[in-house]
Ligand binder design. Structure first.
Ligand SMILES: *Cc1c(COP(=O)(O)O)cnc(C)c1O
Length: 378
């Protein structure tokens, strides 16, 4: 069994992928081919924002926005303590200071009450200037933007939605990548919408930000002439081949993958809800299920279950084994576990089990059956 079966997806659309790639081989516009612009227009429309600016990966997408906003030394950027490293990494990378915020125990997303407390702390200390909040839509579920936007407004902070795990997710019909002042996603192969390599994008309604990003991602080029460099930038583009692959994948994503993965969620939850803590999707939210993450009652039970699944050829992963404040790279910030009780505890209890649109009912039954057996034995 695969944790996320990308081969099955390829085989289902083999002809479409092969033709799309072959076309680019023959056209030879490997960088900035027409397919890139077309994909950006299609994605902006799908998400419901004015601009989609593709780039090399989801991490660059985040740092490009921070750079465009002029975030750097002396600035505080608020980041959930429970996320993939890149969310916090980019803050330090541009020279600013990440301020970690604990998360809710049920949705795993940024705790808005703790966020406000952390903002007040930074203001009171008077050393750093609060500038940006980077909420993460973890495992495919959108953060609570209704509450978050109020806090952002109150303290005059910019919001950068990290939707790397949530392309396709919704809240009351509004799509992921349309929240905040700008949003980013990743097309890393295992994300809800992945390509066959690295890829990422920024989404925004802000015309000035969009044109600044177009420049920054290509060596700080002038709008008309890429050999006229008017600022320091980077080289971060989505390959034409990846854009063509994403165009094929977006068809499948819209047509059936997103609804199929939600059916898998329902089937798992029916089978597992009396045995373990299953994912919480609050009223009005639609998840794109980058992960199906269950919670066990203790670290030993979680580790035991993971071993039991492994013995029976079922892969599972721990997202995440460490919080941000526990990463060695952030030890210089001297945060402690007691400041982050929820995220620290989650690392002991979570387990993500195989989920993707191509998983079979037999596989779902096998995984669920093993989990039930294990929990009943213990
Ligand atoms: C994957 C991920 C990123 C980074 O995306 P890459 O394309 O791998 O650079 C950023 N934030 C979160 C929450 C992610 O899961």
């Amino acid at each position: 069994m695969e944790f996320r079966d990308l081969k099955k997806q390829y085989l289902k659309y083999e002809n479409e992928f092969d033709q799309a790639v072959k076309k680019i081989m023959l056209e030879t516009h490997f960088i900035s081919g027409n397919q890139v612009k077309q994909l950006e227009e299609r994605m902006a429309k799908y998400v419901g924002v004015k601009h989609c600016i593709t780039c090399g990966n989801g991490t660059d997408a985040l740092s490009l926005v921070l750079e465009a906003w002029g975030i750097g030394q002396g600035d505080a950027v608020f980041v959930p303590n429970y996320t993939f490293f890149a969310t916090a990494e980019v803050v330090s990378y541009v020279g600013a200071t990440p301020i970690f915020v604990d998360v809710y125990p049920d949705t795993f997303n940024i705790d808005i009450e703790h966020l406000e407390k952390q903002i007040k702390n930074v203001i009171q200390e008077g050393i750093l200037k609060p500038k940006v909040i980077i909420p993460v839509d973890l495992f495919g579920l959108l953060a609570n933007y209704e509450k978050l936007d109020k806090v952002a407004k109150k303290y005059n902070l910019l919001v950068l939605e990290d939707a790397a795990q949530a392309f396709g997710a919704e809240y009351k019909g509004r799509k992921a990548c349309s929240f905040g002042d700008a949003a980013t996603t990743s097309f890393f192969p295992a994300k809800p919408l992945g390509c066959y390599g690295d890829g990422g994008a920024v989404f925004t309604n802000d015309d000035n930000l969009a044109s600044l990003l177009e420049s920054l991602k290509v060596h700080g080029k002038n709008k008309e002439d890429k050999y006229d460099n008017i600022r320091i930038g980077v080289n971060s583009r989505l390959d034409t081949i990846q854009a063509a692959i994403l165009d094929v994948k977006l068809d499948a994503f819209i047509k059936h993958e997103l609804s199929d993965v939600n059916k898998v969620y329902e089937l798992y939850t029916q089978r597992l809800k009396d045995y373990v803590v299953t994912p919480v999707i609050p009223e009005g939210y639609y998840s794109s299920f980058a992960q199906y993450t269950i919670k066990l009652s203790s670290r030993s039970e979680r580790d035991g279950l993971q071993n039991f699944l492994k013995e029976n050829d079922v892969p599972s992963l721990i997202y995440y084994t460490k919080t941000m404040h526990q990463q060695k790279a952030f030890s210089y910030l001297s945060n402690s576990d007691t400041d982050y009780p929820v995220s620290t505890k989650l690392c002991d209890l979570v387990l993500s089990i195989p989920i993707h649109p191509y998983i079979t009912i037999e596989e779902i039954d096998k995984v669920s059956g093993l989990i039930k057996t294990f929990v009943q034995m213990n």
